[in-house]
Design a protein around this ligand. Structure first.
Ligand code: SF4
Length: 188
């Protein structure tokens, strides 16, 4: 007995999101001796995408591919002054934007729609609305409303390629907020 549905053979549009690398692979998140390890995927987000039948394109991890682990935590400005890191982000952003462009241009039918680009809040590199800009006296960070270095470069590259796509940020403490935003953007 076939389980194929009509929508499986008559699809006008397929939907994907571009996700920060560590949403699918948390092993690249910054780590230092004594810090709790994060493993696997950000399950709630992946499960929600799967249930909405939205694919995930994994973007590169600029910090891991430049610094590896263990690496110190840094503010956006500290990463900005790390020789070569901004250029590294720009190069990765250009490649990422071109990959996303190829997905949309090469998909004649069914069309592939990029629903959103998803970063990670509080990251100096992948933050969308929140990025650390200053250290507090207690050793934490103060955050401001700004993009991280990679997201900023990616926004610019996408604009150059005339790709209009919303940028959303995953707050690891409240993944349900991101899931609601994806549902909204995907029209569900
Ligand atoms: S937020 Fe960005 S830079 Fe940080 S671990 Fe995730 S993918 Fe890498």
């Amino acid at each position: 007995m076939s389980t194929m549905r009509a929508e499986d053979t008559d699809i006008e549009e397929l939907r994907v999101v571009a996700v920060a690398h560590c949403i699918l692979n948390q092993s690249t998140r910054w780590w230092k001796e004594g810090k709790r390890l994060r493993r696997g995927m950000v399950k709630k987000v992946i499960e929600a995408l799967a249930s909405m039948r939205i694919g995930a394109v994994q973007m590169p991890c600029p910090e891991f591919s430049f610094c590896g682990n263990p690496r110190p935590s840094r503010t956006r400005e500290e990463y900005e002054s790390l020789p070569g890191f901004t250029v590294h982000c720009r190069r990765l952003a250009r490649d990422t934007a071109e990959n996303l462009k190829a997905l949309t241009v090469l998909s004649k039918r069914p069309k592939i729609k990029i629903v959103a680009v998803i970063g990670v809040e509080r990251s100096p590199t992948c933050g969308v609305k929140l990025t650390p800009y200053r250290r507090t006296v207690h050793g934490g960070f103060e955050y401001r409303e700004a993009k991280g270095l990679f997201m900023e470069a990616l926004e610019e590259e996408l604009r150059t390629l005339k790709i209009v796509v919303p940028m959303l940020g995953l707050d690891l403490k409240r993944p349900e907020n991101l899931i609601a935003e994806i549902k909204d953007k995907a029209g569900r």
